[in-house]
Write a protein that binds this ligand. Structure first.
Ligand SMILES: [Zn+2]
Length: 75
């Protein structure tokens, strides 16, 4: 009988699907800071409407977004 160690669940980078580091990593849960920024920019463009291009500084301090329910009144 071979007792296999209780291996922890392998974390995967949500951005590239590669092996991701543990929560101790600065880029957690992504494999790298690059993937972290890439994924962040992705959902920023997808979920929220921005009037300008996403910049690195935005990723650190994302601008406030208004709720979707609130529609812009025409006029
Ligand atoms: Zn990655």
């Amino acid at each position: 009988m071979s007792t296999r160690p209780h291996a922890r669940a392998l974390r995967r980078c949500p951005s590239c699907g590669g092996p991701a580091p543990g929560p101790d990593a600065d880029s957690f849960p992504f494999c790298s800071d690059r993937c972290r920024l890439a994924d962040l920019g992705k959902w920023l463009r997808g979920d929220y409407v921005v009037s300008r291009e996403i910049r690195e500084e935005d990723l650190e301090n994302p601008p406030p977004v208004s709720p979707r329910d609130q529609r812009a009144a025409g006029g």
